[in-house]
Design a protein around this ligand. Structure first.
Ligand code: ARG
Length: 459
């Protein structure tokens, strides 16, 4: 049991207590961030003449040695240390002797852990953003290739109006684009450096907090030392942003699972992204999509846990806050993994354009367009709606589509119908004439694709 604080105690910590209190099993994940923070701290201490340049260089070399040894596998982060901070400091002292004991001058584990967590979250935001960008690129490719792939659009999971696969995927492009925005917002707000806040009330050493902040790529130091060590807002914001990413992935998965069924057959998930059944030889299951949908709850759970952990905490640091790590790490890894797998799945998925188009042709998806046709011929919309409703009823009883009616049939419903009705309500026209901004028509979707391309080049 290696602790940093034995001095005022007369008894050994109970073994169970020690284990309950220790965080090394999970905070070892940010060893690199802990060392990065310590290096900046030491540089600042030397600049302020709190350490000599020689002491600084010895400590820096020691810290770099620890980092290298952890990374090349010669130094294990074991549970004999209480937390990652103790591990690094104890190793430093082992390596370079007494000068290592000066590392923690003007610092507390409270501002240290606040810094480590911010550095870790920042790095992970970058990594998740990259995954989201890859996903957007695949979505854009599918859009570019499917501007004229017709399919039914649904409301209430009932066929509503025809649109294109490009347009459907475009909706998800927007969702994941906003997710990137949300993450970069979290980054911006968290990007102030807590180091130098001490345990809660700053320190009497003449620290240059601006300098440390600059060395670590922050926009500046945090303003209030009590807030600095007890702020976990950015963790909550991150978990909220990740929950939204997962919610979007989960909705997309739900659609893909549906589209992949024997009943729909709109898509076929590639063999490499499907799994079989141990008993039913014919099965090819969309397990990846189901797992991504299933894992969404885990990430929501982390958000709830963190909100609950923080709600009763008086200022400033309380040990409850150590609970910010495990579920946050899990939420980060889960989301990152899910985005990557999902991207691979849709990148390799086969779209059955013929099935989608056939499906758009039945189900009266052009009924609105028939009503709009009548309006163009001078029939008030409400009357047109009623006429077309009666036509649909008739078609249902005959088992045919509106387009299958004869010119005489059309005339019997309204004298406003002329022979141009067939062309007017063809699938092509129903889709390609919808060119209001953001609609599926050729002109509108081309603009949307152009904007999306530009966005990916610039962001
Ligand atoms: N392991 C602790 C955490 O994760 C580090 C800070 C400990 N500070 C303290 N005063 N005990 O929050």
């Amino acid at each position: 049991m290696a602790q940093l604080w034995g001095g005022r105690f007369t008894k050994e910590t109970d073994k169970l207590v020690y284990n309950f209190n220790a965080s090394i099993s999970f905070d070892k994940k940010f060893y690199a961030q802990d060392i990065r923070g310590s290096k900046a701290h030491v540089r600042m201490l030397a600049k302020q003449k709190i350490l000599t340049e020689k002491e600084r260089d010895e400590i820096l070399a020691g810290l770099e040695g620890i980092l290298a040894d952890v990374e090349n596998g010669t130094l294990d982060i074991t549970s004999e240390y209480e937390d990652i901070h103790s591990f690094v400091e104890a190793n430093l002292i082992d390596r370079i002797g007494d000068v290592g004991k000066k590392l923690h001058t003007g610092r507390s584990r409270n501002d240290q852990v606040a810094l480590d967590m911010k550095l870790y979250v920042r790095d992970e935001i970058d990594a998740i953003d990259e995954e989201l960008k890859k996903l957007l690129k695949v979505i854009l490719r599918v859009m570019e290739e499917n501007m004229h792939t017709y399919m039914p659009g649904f409301t209430h999971l009932q066929k509503a109006q025809p649109l294109t696969l490009a347009h459907h995927f475009g909706a998800y492009f927007e969702m994941f684009r906003r997710d990137r925005d949300r993450l970069s917002d979290v980054y911006k707000r968290l990007n102030l450096c807590p180091l130098g806040s001490g345990a809660l009330a700053g320190t009497t050493y003449p620290l240059d907090r601006e300098y440390t902040a600059e060395l670590l790529g922050f926009d500046g130091p945090t303003r209030n030392s009590m807030d600095s060590v007890s702020d976990r807002d950015y963790v909550i914001e991150l978990l909220s942003a990740l929950s939204t990413v997962m919610m979007h992935l989960s909705r997309f998965c739900e659609e893909i699972i549906t589209w992949n069924t024997n009943e729909y057959r709109f898509v076929e998930i590639d063999d490499s992204y499907s799994t079989g059944s141990s008993i039913m030889p014919q099965k090819k299951n969309p397990d990846i999509a189901e797992l991504v949908r299933g894992k969404t709850g885990r990430v929501y759970g982390a958000l709830m846990q963190m909100l609950t952990t923080m709600k009763g905490l008086p200022l400033a640091y309380n040990k409850d806050m150590q609970e910010d790590k495990e579920l946050t790490f899990d939420a980060i890894d889960t989301t990152k993994g899910c985005i990557a797998l999902f991207t691979g799945m849709i990148d390799t998925m086969r779209f059955r354009n013929d099935v989608m188009e056939a499906s758009a042709k039945n189900g009266f998806t052009n009924a609105t367009d028939v009503a709009d046709y009548l309006v163009l011929k001078g029939v008030p919309f409400r009357d047109a709606h009623g006429i077309v409703g009666r036509m649909v009823l008739e078609c249902i009883s005959r088992g045919c589509a509106i387009d299958d009616l004869t010119p005489e049939d059309f005339q019997s419903f309204s004298s406003a119908f002329e022979n141009d009705i067939y062309e007017a309500v063809s699938m092509r026209n129903c889709v390609e004439k919808r060119n209001t901004k953001g609609a599926p028509g050729e002109k509108a979707i081309k603009e949307e694709i152009e904007l999306s391309r530009k966005y990916l080049l610039e962001n």
